[in-house]
Structures are given as C-alpha cells and as structure tokens.
Design a protein. Structure first.
Length: 202
C-alpha cells in the first residue's frame, strides 16, 4: 500500500481555519457574526498568520499551521474585535506597529475574558484601556514586548490597493457599526435559543 502523502503546512493551515470558523460560530456568535462578513483572502506573502483591514480577513495558511484549533479560533475572535472596534479606521497617522500593539492589548483582554484561547507569548492583555491611551502612554509591558505578533492590522483599501476616500471610509464605519449591532442581537438570540434546546433535550 502506498504511503499516505504528508500533509503540508498550507493544507493544515487551511484545515485549521475551517475548524476555527466552525468552533467560533458554535461558541461565540458575536465574534463569528462579524468575522463571517469579511471576505477571506489567502495570502502566502503575508508576513503574519492573519490580518484584517476591516473589509477582508487575510491569512497565510502555512503560518497558521503552527497553532492549535483552539488558538486559531481565538485569533479569529481577536480579528473580529479589530473590526468591531473599527481599529483600522481609527489609526489615522499613527505608527502602524505601535497602533497594532495598543489595539492588540485591548482586544486580547476581551478575547481572554470571553473564554477564547490565544497563542503563548502574544501581546499582554490590558484591562480598562483604550488603544489611543495605550498608544500615547504605553505601559512597561508594551514597551518591552518582544514576542511574536500573530496578526497585522492593515489600512482599508480597494482590491487594487487604492486607499478609500473619506466618504468611503465614513460609509465603512457606518456599515461596521451595523455589523456590531446585528452581531450583538444575534448573540442574544443564540443564547436564548441554546437555553431552549438544552431544556427540551435535557
């Protein structure tokens, strides 16, 4: 019998993305409702496992292969919070890497609080803060952070790389607010429905 071909990192990464999306949908409806609205783009040149510009969810499958299903699920939840917080639109002229760290610290706190798992060595979670304040006055744990980033926030653009106009950015901001409201409503409905089914089949 011929030996079974070895699974490549890219194949494993695609599998983990699929599993992570399923897990997020089943366990965290708010996050899933937002992430599923993004156009998923496989990008093997992406220097990070995942990234978002608030329109697309980019991922490098080979780089995603290093994580577990639970970690990929957590990263997807993290990306959803970048979108919900409109972080790509709020950056303005700030340094991209420093802004990414500030937003990651805020998002990671919420991700962990929601029960999702993140990779070891990620940006430290910081409670009760805004990205703007952490950017202007970063605490020691952000200044000293030397770990690996598992994602990258990107500026929202058209498919051909052209930046959005002011009017288009405003339209995206309004649309994102609608996504967040719909996601919150979906989470409430899902919670009530789950209780109903648990009672029915107890």
């Amino acid at each position: 019998m011929a030996a079974k071909p070895k699974t490549t990192d890219a194949e494993r990464g695609r599998y983990l993305m699929s599993r992570g999306l399923v897990e997020l949908t089943c366990s965290h409806v708010f996050h899933a409702s937002i992430i599923m609205r993004l156009r998923r783009v496989e990008d093997t040149a992406l220097p990070f496992p995942m990234g978002t510009d608030g329109i697309r969810l980019l991922f490098n499958p080979a780089m995603c292969a290093q994580f577990s299903v639970a970690e990929v699920t957590g990263i997807l939840g993290h990306e959803a919070l970048h979108v919900a917080g409109r972080h790509p639109l709020r950056r303005g002229g700030r340094d991209l890497m420093k802004w990414n760290l500030a937003c990651d610290a805020v998002d990671n706190d919420m991700v962990i609080a929601s029960g999702l798992k993140l990779p070891t060595g990620c940006v430290p979670a910081i409670s009760d803060e805004t990205p703007e304040h952490l950017y202007d006055a970063p605490p020691p744990q952000l200044k000293k952070f030397a770990g690996d980033l598992f994602d990258q926030m990107l500026d929202p653009t058209h498919e051909d790389g052209r930046p959005l106009s002011k009017a288009e950015r405003q339209a995206l901001e309004q649309e994102t607010k609608q996504w967040v409201e719909a996601a919150a409503n979906a989470a409430v409905v899902a919670s009530a429905t789950n209780s109903k089914w648990r009672h029915a089949f107890a």
